[in-house]
Write a new protein. Sequence first.
Length: 258
Amino acid sequence: MSSFAAEPAKRIVALSPHSVEMLYAIGAGDSIVATTEYADFPEAALNIPRIGGYHGVQIERILELEPDLVVVWASGNKLEDIQRIKELGFKVFDSNPKTLEAVADELEALGELTGNQAQAKQAADDYRAKLVQLRNDNFAKPEVKVFYQLWSTPLRTVAKNSWIQQIISVCHGDNVFVDAASDYPQVSLETVVLKHPQVILQSQDEGNIIGINWSEWPEIPAVKNQHIYQLNADLLHRAAPRALLGVEALCDALDKAR
């Protein structure tokens, strides 16, 4: 018997904001009995009890809740927590989409696990169609040199294997640090100046925005032409169906600079 052929899950612990969004998107939101901090969409998710976050999850609470499915997140949960949950015999699904396309695959996988196949297939099909449309709408546009300011102090950006890079690619942006050695490299202000980005994108976080006064660097084309844009971090950083709204917002910003 395959591990996923059992009864549909009705008591779910979802250990990431993106998996909560996915479960609501396929009509299984009401089955979530616990989640982690920052799971804030849709609004109904704010009422779900919290049992941890990046610092770790309360395993004893999971035992008390007796879920029939625990949706873990390999990139965001502690490895030892995931191991422990498995050792305790809980049914585990790792929701860790690495590509924009994978979001649709995971919607369908969660649909199988929850018995919500039809709604999941509809959500996945809609998502795929919209993603194809966004790729088609943008692939012939002229490339724009982009610097994505992930954080200001220290100054961090994104490179080739990052989630954000995929979004920049859909919008036909040319990430000036795409070939950096790590996915989320620390860079110097001087290097950014030398790269001459035409657009600077920042996540809409006050600490990030006030961390650097770009107006002090008028030699950067993005500064000179006032192409510095703030974008909603949840839409850009979460591998959930709303990621396509993040793609649209980023593409719009690049269009302004074209």
